[in-house]
Design a protein around this ligand. Structure first.
Ligand SMILES: [Cu+2]
Length: 143
């Protein structure tokens, strides 16, 4: 009895969260990261984002499940040297798509989950300034 109540409540929670995602219009596809090398302590995650909703969305925080700290980064070129800087937020206008890709904007992890080599995938959660969230799966790609 109690067990079915708990399951019912969890189902209710998950449909509520999905509903919010649909309402926001934010979608993520093709999340990936490069094959991790032994001893590697961080990695960059790439993904295609689309704001199909009617309002401008501002992605304010990034969480990678199982990782202590993660952030939005932008790669740029300074006199032929590739550098990275922290981005506080990412703004997507209504109807705008945005590619996080090598040499440009990416999600940077500080640390890696211990079981990454077995799972070969990471769960990423993006949160917008209006309190909505979107989670997506990024998978390891051998390059
Ligand atoms: Cu970076």
């Amino acid at each position: 009895m109690l067990k079915s109540l708990v399951v019912g409540f969890l189902l209710f929670l998950s449909t509520t969260v999905l509903g919010q995602d649909e309402a926001s219009g934010l979608a993520a596809s093709n999340g990936w990261f490069r094959e991790v090398l032994p001893g590697q302590k961080s990695l960059a995650i790439y993904v295609s984002l689309l704001n199909s909703g009617p309002t401008t969305l501002t992605i304010e925080s990034v969480e990678v499940v199982g990782v202590a700290h993660s952030m939005l980064h932008m790669s740029y070129d300074e006199k032929g040297v590739s550098r990275m800087k922290h981005l506080d937020s990412l703004v997507l206008e209504s109807g705008q798509s945005y590619q996080l890709q090598p040499g440009a904007t990416h999600i940077m992890t500080m640390g890696l989950p211990n079981d990454l080599q077995q799972r070969r995938a990471l769960t990423v959660i993006l949160r917008t300034s209006d309190g909505q969230s979107l989670s997506f799966e990024a998978t390891m790609k051998a390059i």
